[in-house]
Design a protein. Structure first.
Length: 188
């Protein structure tokens, strides 16, 4: 059986963000045959601009993201909620990975979205915006693999998500469903 590669994009650039910690915990839940890798470098990618998205002009950081997405079997996005919506860095990653239009690295790729915030809303607005942008970009959103973590400021302030049995169980189930979707796509 070949390895299923899941690329993890975290919408918070802060090193100690709880979304980053959730991503780290998700990596630990990978079963045999599944590899999760957290993509570093979203903050280095310039905002999407068609003027620089031309042959010979694509910034190296944007091309590196496109290549990483293209080499993955699936994507796992972890998003906080900034002012009631998706962080710009994550939306920018979706924009770059969706191009060229109709043939971008996201096209048909299974994606799961995990949202987390300090509010009880659990970043569900950001989640909905991510799902919308991914769908328009041509990705295949695996809704049954979605998760929402609310009140993370109190839940994970003293405990890393990797030390929270319930969070690990939920993350493992999400990763499993996403890996299954990736395998199903590969077998079509």
């Amino acid at each position: 059986m070949s390895q299923t590669r899941i690329l993890v994009l975290v919408g918070s650039l802060r090193a100690a963000s709880i979304n980053r910690r959730l991503a780290e915990a998700a990596v630990q839940t990978a079963a045999d045959g599944v590899e999760l890798s957290i993509y570093d470098g979203l903050g280095d990618i310039p905002f999407y601009n068609e003027d620089i998205d031309a042959e010979g002009k694509v910034p190296a950081a944007a091309q590196a993201l496109r290549d990483a997405v293209g080499e993955s079997d699936a994507l796992l996005l972890l998003t906080p909620e900034y002012n009631g919506t998706l962080p710009a860095v994550l939306k920018n990653a979706i924009d770059w990975a969706s191009r060229p239009y109709g043939a971008g690295a996201l096209k048909g790729r299974p994606v799961a979205v995990i949202s987390a915030s300090i509010s009880q809303n659990a970043a569900k607005w950001s989640h909905a915006d991510a799902v919308k942008a991914l769908g328009v970009a041509g990705a295949s959103v695996v809704e049954e693999a979605s998760l929402h973590f609310g009140t993370i400021g109190s839940r994970f302030v003293e405990t890393h998500p990797a030390d929270d049995a319930e969070a690990l169980t939920q993350l493992a189930a999400s990763v499993h469903l996403l890996a299954e979707a990736a395998r199903a796509r590969a077998n079509v």
